[in-house]
Design a protein around this ligand. Structure first.
Ligand code: CP
Ligand code: NVA
Length: 345
């Protein structure tokens, strides 16, 4: 995880300047400046990545298409009405055919078994762009955002120490983040599930509040325990208790894609879980708590004051979907066949 985050930070540092308007203008001095810039990795040059989306997407689609472009490749978007999958063709045959003509598959599916099936039969790597159980690329963006805002959480002494270090001065390394208390209120869905198997491994503690009937499914909890993450997780039903001491408060929609028919019941079940200033104050969150949300967002789970207020990091978080996706594609699609796993450069 740390390696992916470090690589994401590097992708952002290399990729962002190439997108600045003044680097695109062609004056000779600007061109000169441009030549002094390092190019982002072109590991997808002459390669095609299939973006197989059976559900809607704004961020994940944008992040993946723009990342492939920056890495020098071609992104082929295959929406659910575009191909034979699910109507005339099985995931097994689809995986073999797409994998025979492309160098990677980024797939957003319904049931998690669908992506397992694609991965089993694809001759090229398959990465998860969201399933009902997991949303791994979202969590990388969340963590990158927290690292980039580490100064908001550090004590003045910690901050002075880290800003005086030579490497931070050159802004070439991922800023250190102190162990945080992260509270999640709401539905036990894909975004939370990846938080459960990630944050405790990085030294952060998680405090989750969700109504009893929405506890994480067996398969997820099994993975949490296998990784020893359960020791870093407090789980209860009371949202106020969950935000106690929280440095970061996180939520997701209460009605995930595919659960629209359960809307009325879910709105009732999650009553009292809306994130507001009052709830976090009364629950005893760190007075400087910050807010994250994967988006898209509804007012049910967080009010406008928090969502659009100074605590909210949601738009830098959304932007970071691009740089983290770029890092993942570079390593797992661009360099997978040259044992990139050993060398992030
Ligand atoms: N956060 C996220 O995955 O957004 P999209 O569904 O718009 O891709
Ligand atoms: N839990 C949400 C996440 C959207 C990014 C869903 O699956 O719809």
């Amino acid at each position: 995880i740390t390696r992916l985050l470090t690589h994401s930070f590097k992708c952002k540092r290399l990729g962002k300047p190439w997108l600045e308007p003044h680097f695109r203008r062609s004056s000779s001095s600007k061109q000169k400046q441009q030549h002094q810039l390092r190019m982002p990795s072109q590991s997808l040059f002459n390669k095609t990545i299939a973006l197989l989306f059976s559900k809607r997407s704004t961020r994940t689609r944008l992040a993946s298409e723009t990342s492939v472009t920056l890495l020098g490749g071609n992104a082929m978007f295959l929406g659910r009405d575009d191909i034979q999958l699910g109507v005339n063709e099985t995931p097994r045959d689809t995986a073999r055919v797409i994998g025979g003509m492309t160098e990677g598959i980024f797939a957003r599916v319904g049931k998690h078994e669908e992506i397992e099936e694609l991965a089993k039969y694809s001759p090229v790597p398959v990465l998860n762009a969201l399933s009902d159980l997991w949303h791994p690329t979202q969590i990388l963006a969340d963590l990158l955002t927290l690292h980039e805002h580490a100064h908001l959480f550090n004590s003045p002494q910690q901050q002075q120490k880290s800003s005086s270090s030579e490497s931070t001065k050159r802004q070439k390394v991922l800023p250190d983040l102190r162990p945080l208390t992260v509270a999640y209120l709401g539905d036990s869905a894909n975004v939370l599930h990846d938080m459960l198997v990630t944050y405790p491994r990085l030294g952060h503690s998680l405090r989750v509040a969700s109504p009893a009937k929405y506890r994480a499914p067996e398969a997820v909890w099994k993975r949490v325990e296998e990784l020893g993450c359960d020791k870093g997780i407090w789980w209860g039903e009371d949202p106020k208790e969950a935000v106690k001491g929280a440095d970061v408060v996180v939520t997701d929609t209460w009605i995930s894609m595919g659960q629209e028919a359960e809307k009325a019941q879910r709105l009732k079940d999650f009553e009292g879980y809306q994130i507001t200033e009052a709830l976090c104050r009364e629950g005893g969150a760190n007075p400087d708590w910050k807010f994250l949300h994967c988006l898209p967002r509804k007012q049910d789970e967080v009010d406008d004051e928090v969502f659009y207020g100074p605590r909210s990091l949601v738009f830098p978080e959304a932007d970071n979907r691009k740089w983290t996706t770029m890092a993942v594609f570079d390593l797992y699609f661009g360099k997978w066949d040259v044992k990139a796993a050993g060398d992030a450069d």
